[in-house]
Design a protein around this ligand. Sequence first.
Ligand SMILES: Nc1ncnc2c1ncn2[C@@H]1O[C@H](COP(=O)(O)OP(=O)(O)OP(=O)(O)O)[C@@H](O)[C@H]1O
Ligand SMILES: [Mg+2]
Length: 273
Amino acid sequence: MAAALEAGELTQAFQTFNVLSGALEQSYRDLEAQVTRLNAELAEARLERVRQERLATLGEMAARLAHDVRTPLAAALLYASRLGLDGLADADRRELAGKVVGRLRHLEQLVADMLAFARGGGGRFGRCDVGALLESTAHSLASRLGPRARLTIRTHAPGLAVLGNAEALVGALVNLAVNALDAVGDGEAHVEIEASERAGRAQIRVRDNGPGIAPEHRARIFEAFYTTRASGTGLGLAVVKSVALGHGGRIEAEPVPSGACFLLDLPALEGGA
Ligand SMILES: Nc1ncnc2c1ncn2[C@@H]1O[C@H](COP(=O)(O)OP(=O)(O)OP(=O)(O)O)[C@@H](O)[C@H]1O
Ligand SMILES: [Mg+2]
């Protein structure tokens, strides 16, 4: 029956409505506060997970490094202790000293790689002339080139420059060239480092005449600690990748008919060429 509401009933209805809408608003606010709190907790949990992941990676790195450091360290200690023996011929002493230096150099490289990996090529950035980077790379490699190894550097774009950390970039190129020399082994190594410019990019290619990269390894060679060499640590290419990314660039192994070819592709500095 449609009857007009009495004035009292209307007031009561309004009161009820007010109470209900007040309660609704309160529960909406409660819900909103809960969502905000949950979001904050989620963000914190995410940060914590990232932190845990980084810690886990660092833990794994520390464990592997401790292992990789121990071998050359033990060898260096052994050779060094023999150096002190009486009655050692000069030639033997020189050979032992050379071995000690070799192992220590390996250790130095390990530490340098580790630091470069952690920094990702950060540090002081400035204008780097690509030709000069190649010259410095050749200079750093001079002492590692055996009598059967030949290194050629070539720049097709004079004045080509990038914005970056010269030390990190040279370190990356040295890593690529050392890999090339390692890949060729005792044979006649020919390593070529070539720079060119293409569509605003500085492209540096490191080629060698070694056996090339087997297809089954290709997908994983840039992972930290992935190595196919008995004495390798597997940090070299991970460092190169981290430096390339740190410079807004990329690194890839280009498919070539023979040997290996790594392309380091970086944004060229405008007005550099
Ligand atoms: N020029 C190359 N020719 C053939 N294989 C290569 C070449 N460069 C890298 N590789 C492959 O990629 C793997 C990973 O290289 P990476 O430099 O990261 O580590 P590594 O040289 O084995 O050890 P580390 O550099 O730490 O001493 C190598 O073990 C090798 O299998
Ligand atoms: Mg290497």
